[in-house]
Every structure is written in structure tokens, then in C-alpha cells.
Design a protein around this ligand. Structure first.
Ligand code: GN1
Ligand code: MG
Length: 344
């Protein structure tokens, strides 16, 4: 179905002026929509939700409303996500072939980054995610739908990886045997992490810098976005993703592995930023395993990319044939640089 046909079902203001795809996300398809009415331009974000990954997209909409209510009461200082309802008053629209569409108000005058350009920026992003997650802790977990079951079940991620190696469904194992070997030699870190008894909290679960909108001029954080995976889990997953996405000068799509270097100065900035809002709330087992969590998140991300490569690119959107394999190599290079500098 054409995007302007889809938009007719939503309560948007004015005439559509243009619709253009936004690239960057690995899962959904996103579009910037601009409308005008009485010389006023309004922007929206239209998304076709990946319903293979998110089986119950309308329940994510409900989560977003609950989170919004909570943030509103907490006098949250950043912008939050505003869902534009359909003309039927629904949180999204079901198109044909099981498609699900949703619209948000577009947060204007912002820019985003795929990696931190200074350690101050890394500090700010980490502090902002910490602030966001601290503010949602009063929500009753029972009211939050877990959008992807087993998302943080690392034992299952390892089983899926092993199965994809044994199946070798699309005959790609011969290309990535080196990466498979490295990961198999390092999965003990993942096993160690799974033995920890960590408190369950409400976490963002995709705490990467790409999910932050900055004021275009001042580069101050303006919003934490992508609330799709907010779920009860360990806050160490968020810390790990912050490190994964920011303690390196390149992002996960960089193919030149010689450029990939884990920057410990950024790691310390991320930790200080995170402690701004969490220092007094973390318990001993959390404080003692921040480094392990960061290593594990990078290793698990490599495992996820490589599993998808071996399965024939069913999960992540890819731009070229070897994309998932290259991303896995990138994350392995980052983990190696990290482990080399901080072995324990
Ligand atoms: C996916 O679509 P995006 O970019 O928000 C993925 C994250 C990964 C991330 C890697 C639901 O997020 O878990 O860490 O790619 N989201 C899902 O960049 O799997
Ligand atoms: Mg995401």
C-alpha cells in the first residue's frame, strides 16, 4: 500500500507535502512526512513496524502511553514520544499482508549520531539514558508487555548461534569460520554473565547513541527515542549498549577493521555519565560487573549479526550481501581491542 494511502487513516494536520524515507534503523522502515496547512509546516514520523520481529505492535503502543504518563508525572525534562492516533482512535493502522503502521510527531530541529564525537558527548548520552531509565522505575512491570520474548535470554542466543552453525543453511559458514572460532573461544564471558543474580528493572534495551536526538545547534540531548524494547531486565544491558555504541570512533557498519579501537577514556566518561543518576541505586553485583556487561553486549551483538548472516539475513535489514558478516567482524574487532586493554 502506498504511504500516502496509509496516512489517510491517521489524524494528521494539513495536506501532505512530501514523504521521504529515513535510513538508519535496522528493523523498521521509517519515513519523514511533511504536511502544510495555512502556511504552517508540520512533520511526522511514519513507521512500518517490522511485524516479524514485533508480533504485537499495538501492545508496544500501549507501553509507550504508559511510559509517557509516567514521564509526564515525573516532569521529565526531555521530549517524549507522541503517538498520532488513527481516525478510529487506534494506536496504529493494520494494512494488508499483516503490515502495521504508526505515526509519531516528529521531533524538530534535531540531529543524530551513530558514534560519539567527543567524550563529553559520550558522558551526556550516558547520563541521559540513565536519567530516562531512573524516571521509569516507578512503572509496574506487570503493565508492560515484553515486546520480544527472550530478547535478553543470552543462553537462547547461544543456542540459536550453535544451531545456525550446524544448519549452515545458506552455505556461508566457510566464509566466517574465523569469526565463529573467536566467538566460541570467548563465549565463556557470556556464560559468566548469565550466572549473575541481577535485579530486574525496567530498561530501554537499545541504549545506543543512535537512539538519541540532539539539538541541531547546541548538541544538547533533546530526546531518547525508540521505546519499542523497553522491558523488565537488567540495567547492565543498557550500560553495555552505551559502551558498545560509544567507546569506539567508528560505528558498527565500518568495514575497515584497522580503524576500530576501543577507547578507554570514553568508557570512563560513559561510566561517570551513567553514575549521575544511578550511582546510589546500583547494587554491588551491578557495580562489580559493568565491564563484564559491556564486553558481553559487544560479543552478543557479534553473535546476533553472525547468526543472521548464517541464517540468510532474515532479521536485520542489510545493504549488501556480506553486511551482517562485516558487522560481526566489526563488533569482534571492538571486543578484541577492549579485552586487550582491559583483560579482567
Ligand atoms: C536493532 O533497529 P534498531 O537500529 O533500533 C536491534 C538492536 C541492536 C541494534 C544494533 C529489535 O536496533 O537490538 O542492538 O539493531 N533491535 C532489535 O544496531 O533487535
Ligand atoms: Mg531499536
Amino acid at each position: 500500500m502506498l504511504t500516502n494511502q496509509i496516512l489517510k487513516h491517521f489524524n494528521i494536520n494539513g495536506q501532505i507535502k512530501n514523504i521521504r524515507p529515513i535510513h538508519g534503523g535496522n528493523i523498521h522502515k521509517s519515513y519523514l512526512v511533511q504536511t502544510y496547512k495555512d502556511d504552517v509546516l508540520t512533520s511526522y514520523l511514519l513507521q512500518k513496524v517490522n511485524s516479524t520481529v514485533f508480533k504485537h505492535p499495538h501492545l508496544i503502543g500501549q507501553n509507550i502511553q504508559i511510559i509517557n504518563d509516567c514521564l509526564h508525572q515525573a516532569e521529565y525534562q526531555f521530549e517524549s514520544l507522541q503517538i498520532i492516533l488513527t481516525k478510529q482512535g487506534e494506536l496504529g493502522f493494520r494494512g494488508n499482508k499483516e503490515t502495521y503502521w504508526r505515526v509519531f510527531s516528529y521531533i524538530e530541529h534535531t540531529s543524530s549520531f551513530s558514534t560519539a564525537i567527543s567524550s563529553d558527548m559520550a558522558f551526556d548520552v550516558s547520563s541521559a539514558f540513565g536519567y530516562f531509565s531512573r524516571n521509569i522505575q516507578s512503572i509496574n512491570f506487570n503493565n508492560i508487555h515484553t515486546s520480544i520474548p527472550d530478547f535478553h535470554n543470552l543462553k537462547k542466543r547461544l543456542v540459536d548461534f550453535r544451531n545456525s552453525i550446524h544448519r549452515n543453511k545458506v552455505q556461508r559458514l566457510k566464509y566466517c569460520q574465523k569469526e565463529v572460532n573467536w566467538l566460541q573461544n570467548n563465549v565463556h564471558l557470556v556464560h559468566q554473565f548469565t550466572t549473575l543474580e541481577l535485579p530486574i528493572r525496567l530498561v530501554h534495551a537499545d541504549a545506543k547513541i543512535g537512539n538519541v536526538l540532539f539539538d541541531m545547534k547546541t548538541h544538547q540531548v533533546k530526546a531518547i527515542i525508540d521505546w519499542d524494547t523497553i522491558m523488565p531486565s537488567s540495567i547492565l544491558f543498557d550500560f553495555g549498549d552505551l559502551v558498545r555504541s560509544m567507546a569506539c570512533n567508528c560505528d558498527e557498519n565500518e568495514r575497515d577493521l584497522s580503524k576500530i579501537y576501543f577507547d578507554t577514556n570514553y568508557l570512563f566518561a560513559i561510566k561517570s555519565g551513567f553514575y549521575e543518576h544511578w550511582a546510589n541505586s546500583l547494587v554491588k553485583v551491578e557495580r562489580e560487573h559493568l565491564i563484564l556487561a559491556a564486553k558481553v553486549l559487544i560479543i552478543v551483538q557479534s553473535i546476533r549479526f553472525l547468526t543472521d548472516y548464517l541464517e540468510g539475513d532474515l532479521y536485520y535489514q542489510t545493504q549488501y550481501e556480506e553486511h551482517n558478516w562485516r558487522r560481526a567482524q566489526n563488533q569482534i574487532a571492538l571486543a578484541q581491542s577492549f579485552i586487550q586493554q582491559i583483560p579482567n
